[in-house]
Design a protein around this ligand. Structure first.
Ligand code: URA
Length: 440
């Protein structure tokens, strides 16, 4: 390659020209080392936001970010390893259900999760509501837990894809977060650094999600599937509904309880349906099941036999968590008093705005308004009735789990404003919109 020029690279991206892998690698290396200044990288990011990136350049960007720090070698497990990622939603505790089911079916699951920001929760925040649970694992400990439990649920290591961490911080302050190629490469670089063989992506769509429309969500899903497939990984994306909260519980310990109930054969229908679908896909992708129907049967059996819950309890204990708290929920963080909000009128529930519920939970202390805020594991909202159901005036609509009456009063009206009622029956939008299995 001719000598790398950042100015020329910005200009070429601005013109919509392909850059080639060598230029992309020079850019990522130079930026990560601090040789390319933020102002030039920010200009390039803005050019990508407007002009996009050629598919080969996008793969090169993702691979360069993935290789910018530690990468794990999972080959010593001797069998295909699964990973799952959600783009984030309100009440999304699916990972806590899917990962133990898949592991209970004999497929190792290596999961690194982030913390939540804004109205969407993070898997690690939820798990940390279990007394003693430690998500901060060294690479050696990560591998050890994975080998002995067949499942590991760790926090994101700062040493994993550090180029992404640095680029994301710059995107955050330069208006360049909402770019499909940049989001796709950011997410996939971390997945590729972990190195699982089968990657299941749950792309949420709707008012409570990053992607508000189906065309946008489809584009993001297709882009990530193309990157993963191009890197030699089995990659499948499920596009699922986030125009209402998933399940009934929103808030960290409350979501852990709902995940456990689902692992034990109960739980809300939508969460169970999504978890079984995703588990079945991962079982097929890793070769553990011949087809989706067989995968779903295996997943149901893992729940019915108690194996899925036992797997969850094992990994929690392996990471220092109190196994007893998974059976006796009074040992999990909880508030002293719960306030129930009732229906102002009789009718069918036509909609529950996930943003209104997510923000109410965040204001109670379940989520972070700013990076670094501490969260309260006990608080949140539990829906007592959901979309499509009939409620009588005065019947329970939702419970507010707040630290005190003032906090509950502060979110009550906003959460209630998220409900829409109808005098006639309403059609519930499909939970699973589509599954994307191959690049188009
Ligand atoms: N999550 C990520 O990891 N990166 C993005 O760019 C957006 C969401």
């Amino acid at each position: 390659m001719a000598e790398f020029s950042m100015v020329r690279t910005i200009e070429r991206t601005r013109q919509g020209e392909a850059l080639g892998a060598a230029a992309i690698e020079a850019l990522v290396d130079g930026f990560t080392r601090g040789d390319i200044p933020d102002y030039q990288t920010a200009a390039w990011l803005m050019a990508v936001l407007w002009r996009g990136l050629a598919p080969d350049d996008l793969t090169a960007l993702t691979m360069a970010m993935a290789r910018s720090g530690d990468t794990l070698d999972l080959s010593s497990l001797g069998r295909p390893v699964a990973d799952k990622h959600s783009t984030g939603g309100v009440g999304d505790k699916t990972t806590l259900v899917v990962a133990p089911i898949v592991a209970a079916c004999g497929v190792p699951v290596a999961k690194m999760s982030g913390r939540g920001l804004g109205h969407t929760g993070g898997t690690i925040d939820k798990l940390e509501s279990i007394p003693g649970f430690d998500p901060e694992l060294t690479v050696a400990r990560f591998m050890d837990v994975l080998r002995t439990s067949g499942l590991v649920l760790a926090g994101q290591s700062a040493d994993l894809a550090p180029a992404d961490g640095k680029l994301y911080a710059l995107r955050d302050v330069t208006g360049t977060v909402p770019s499909i190629p940049l989001i796709a490469s950011s997410i996939m670089s971390k997945k590729l650094a972990i190195g699982a063989d089968a990657i299941l992506l749950d792309v949420k769509v709707g008012r409570g999600a990053f992607m508000r429309t189906l065309p946008e969500a489809t584009k993001l899903a297709e882009t990530m599937v193309r990157i993963g497939t191009g890197a030699g990984k089995q990659t499948v994306a499920v596009i699922s509904d986030m125009d209402r909260p998933l399940g009934r519980a929103v808030g960290n310990a409350l979501e852990v309880i709902e995940a456990i109930e689902t692992l034990r054969g109960g739980g809300p229908d939508d969460l169970r349906t999504l978890a079984l679908h995703e588990a079945a896909l991962l079982l097929v992708m890793t070769g553990a099941a011949p087809d989706e129907a067989a995968g779903e049967r295996m997943a149901r059996e893992a729940i019915a036999s108690g194996a899925a819950f036992a797997k969850f309890a094992d990994v929690i204990a392996a990471q220092g968590g109190d196994r007893h708290a998974l059976e006796d929920f009074s040992s999990l963080p909880h508030v002293a008093a719960v306030q129930t909000v009732t229906a102002p009128a009789s009718g069918y529930i036509a909609a529950i705005d996930p943003l209104a519920i997510g923000q109410a939970a965040m204001h109670l202390g379940a989520g972070r308004e700013r990076k670094g805020d501490t969260i309260d594991p006990a608080v949140g909202i539990v829906l007592r009735a959901t979309v499509g159901e009939w409620v009588e005036r005065g019947a329970p609509l939702f419970d507010i789990h707040a630290r005190d009456a003032a906090h509950a009063a502060a979110v009550r009206a906003d959460a209630l404003a998220g409900y829409r009622f109808s005098e006639t029956p309403v059609a519930v939008p499909p939970l699973i919109k589509t599954t994307i299995t191959a690049p188009t």
